[in-house]
Each structure stands twice: as C-alpha cells, then as structure tokens.
Design a protein. Structure first.
Ligand code: SAH
Length: 395
C-alpha cells in the first residue's frame, strides 16, 4: 500500500523531502488530519521510501523474526507435495500458475519445487508468480530461486497480475500460497468508549509526537463485525482487516471460472472475538508501535472466521482452519523427518528434529498458527481435509 506517497509532491517517494517516516506522516497529518491505524501500518511496512519491508530482509535468526520455511525445509517440501496433489485433483491442467503472496526469502518456494520434482508433469505445467512489495526481498528471492527451471516472475501487488482468460488459454489451474502474508495487511481498530464504538486514529500529540486518539464521530455497529452488536465493556478493542477481504475478492476475480486453491497459514484464533493484537517486533522482542516507524515489523492476528465467511459469500469452498501442527503431521511431517535424520550425524539429526518439532508443537507455532484452505471448481477436498474431520470448522 502506498497511501500518502503523494505527500512527496509527486516525486515518487525518492526525493528525500523528509528525513524519516515519522516526519513524513506528521506532515501528512498536519495537512489532512489524523489517519487510521491501517494507513499508519501500511506506511510503516510498505512506504516506497521508508517502509520496513522495502529497505531490508528482516528474516532469520539475525533479523527481527523467523518463519516456518526458515526453520525447517520440511515445511516447504510438504507444501510442494500438497500442490502436486491439488493439481492432480484439478485434473492435471496443462498450465498451472503457482502464486506465492509475500514469499520472504523464497525459501518455501525453493523447497516446494524441489519436493514437487516427484511429479515431472507438474513441474512442466508450473509457472511461478511471486507477489512481493519489497525490491530487497525480490532480489533475495531471485537468488534463492536462481537454479529453478520453471518460469518465475514478480509483481509488486496482486492488482498487477493479469487475469487468465480461459477462452484464450484453455484450462488453467491457479494455486496460491500465503505464509505469514495476511498478518502484514493493514488493520483498523475500534474502541468502545462512552457506550459507542470509535475508531482509533493516529494523530499528532501536543508534544509533537505521533500517538493515538479516538475519532470524534461514533461508528455505527452495522459497519463493524457482528459481534460489535453485543454488549462490550468500556475500552474493548475490535480489529478489522478490509485489505484481507479485498485480497480474497481479488483472488476470486483473478481465478474467474478456472480451477483455484488458496492455502493460507498464519497466526490468529479460530473464532472472531474482540481484542487487540497489533504488535511491533524488533530483534525478536516486542516494541512500541510508535517507537521507530518503518524500522519495526508490525503485524496483527488474522481473523480466520471472518475470512472463511467472506469466502463463502464469494461462493468458494472453505476447509479449516486447523492448526499448523495438525496440518503438517497429517501431511507426513514425521515420515519426512525420519528420512532426513537417517542420513545425518547424531547432533545434526537432533537439530533437524528440534526444528521440525517447533513447527508442530501445540505450545509453539504448531498451535498458534492455523491453516485455512479455499477452493473453487475442485470436487474433492484438498489434503489433509479429505482424511480429517475439522472440529473447528466455521459452521
Ligand atoms: N512468506 C515468507 C515471508 C513472510 S514476511 C516466509 O514465510 O518466510 C511477509 C512477506 O510479505 C514479506 O515478503 C513482505 O515483503 C511481504 N509483504 C508484506 N506486505 C505486502 C504487501 N502489501 N504486498 C506484497 N508483499 C507484501
């Protein structure tokens, strides 16, 4: 998102009129008034000049946070095999667009394609498209995928992806993978105050710093999730993520009448509920969201229930959410782990096992992260939803 980019007087974000993102946002607020948390979050993460992702590779033990594909190669491998099975369920279309949203260092895609080599026909159908806002990470992905033989291309945003026309190209499959992408999409926050909901806005405080204040106007509960209509205590916070719903709508549009599957893995609860989850993380530690705009990662929990309900409105089939642990174990994490360990020295084998355990442990990522799958025009449930019942499925 590049809201506010026009504040540079049309010089495309590169003219250096402001020394920091805070200065740039302050100038915007002085001129136009307070901004939503969504505008603030989008600027902090993807401002073309100062955005957190635009200027760095934040991943890994040395960076600010670490993700599942960086922890264990098994993660990407199992997703690669998942893609092969879903492509088979699609009836093995001759062309498959494999899209990844927010691919980080490209590690998941590299591991997925290596594992998918078990199905040569799959690899000859695949064309990879990476949706990545950050030029630094695009470079990193190109390095990671330099040995890949399939065509790989990049777009900065989903809106830049041309729709595939079935009339021109015959049957085409579309598989979309998103690991820790939706948690980076900008959210809005609403606070219960004096019997009304008000939007939390970012404004200039009296001492000249950026801080929050509530909107003067009350927000009608009709504009908020249905649980906002229930009695709520003073100070209760509700978060919404319009950009996540827009992303699903865009993907549905992009898929048109073609075969489509989306696999999203992210952290958040099973059920929609009030609560504040916006957080800033720097060097694996929590930080203040205003401490250093553009220099800390901002994320929020993903509201899986609302996404599943939106998918249903779009006419998509939805499966899950289930926990990441449940998903990976059902896809055969243990079997792959045993295979990997067999060829290693004891200390190495232990490290590999420890990393895999971190992905599935219910007390760690295995429980916090959830997997939701959406499909269109595919008759069978994708794995592992064909073999497991999902007690936490949205009714
Ligand atoms: N999926 C990767 C990286 C997760 S970090 C992994 O699991 O390791 C989030 C990723 O989304 C980064 O690549 C970031 O640059 C990208 N991203 C964040 N917001 C984006 C946006 N609005 N449009 C496109 N990419 C975005």
């Amino acid at each position: 998102m590049t809201e506010g980019a026009d504040d540079n007087g049309g010089c495309g974000g590169g003219c250096g009129r402001f020394a920091t993102l805070a200065d740039k946002l302050k100038a915007h607020i002085k001129q136009h008034g307070p901004i939503g948390i969504d505008h603030y979050m989008a600027a902090c993460l993807t401002d073309p000049e100062f955005g957190y992702y635009v200027n760095r590779d934040p991943l890994g033990a040395e960076g600010d946070f670490i993700t599942a594909p960086e922890i264990s190669q098994i993660f990407g491998e199992l997703i690669g095999l998942w893609c092969v099975v879903v492509w088979q369920q699609m009836g093995q279309p001759k062309r498959l667009r494999l899209i990844e949203l927010g691919p980080g260092r490209g590690t998941l895609m590299r591991d997925a394609l290596r594992a998918a080599a078990v199905a040569a026909n799959f690899l000859s159908a695949v064309e990879v498209v990476l949706v990545e806002a950050s030029p630094v990470l695009q470079d990193r992905q190109a390095q990671t995928l330099s040995a890949v033989e399939q065509p790989v291309s990049w777009v900065a945003s989903l809106a830049d992806l041309p729709k595939i026309s079935s009339a021109i190209s015959g049957e085409v499959g579309l598989i979309v993978i998103a690991n820790e992408f939706f948690d980076a999409l900008p959210i809005r926050q609403y606070v219960r105050h004096d019997g009304h909901w008000r939007e939390r806005l970012v404004d200039l405080l009296e001492d000249g710093r950026l801080g929050v204040r509530l909107s003067r106007d009350a927000i009608h509960p009709m504009e908020l999730p249905s649980y906002a209509a229930h009695p709520a205590d003073e100070g209760t916070v509700i978060e919404t993520c319009p950009a996540a719903l827009e992303t699903l709508t865009m993907l549905d549009h992009l898929a048109g009448d073609q075969l489509f599957a989306l696999l999203m893995i992210d952290y958040g609860p099973f059920k929609s509920a009030p609560g504040e989850s916006l957080q800033a993380v720097r060097r694996h530690q929590y930080a203040d969201i205003f401490a250093a705009p553009g220099d800390v990662d901002l994320t929020a929990h993903v509201d899986f229930e609302t996404l599943a309900l939106h998918a249903r409105k779009l006419g998509l089939a939805h499966f899950g959410p289930i926990t990441q642990g449940h998903f990976l174990l059902a896809l055969g994490l243990q079997q792959r782990l045993r295979q990997l360990m067999a060829g290693l020295e004891e200390a190495q084998a232990e490290a590999v096992a420890k990393a895999a355990a971190r992905l599935v442990d219910p007390a760690q990522m295995g429980g916090l992260f959830k997997v939701l799958c959406l499909t269109k025009n595919i008759a069978a449930p994708p794995p592992p939803f064909d073999i497991i019942t999902t007690p936490n499925q949205v009714p």
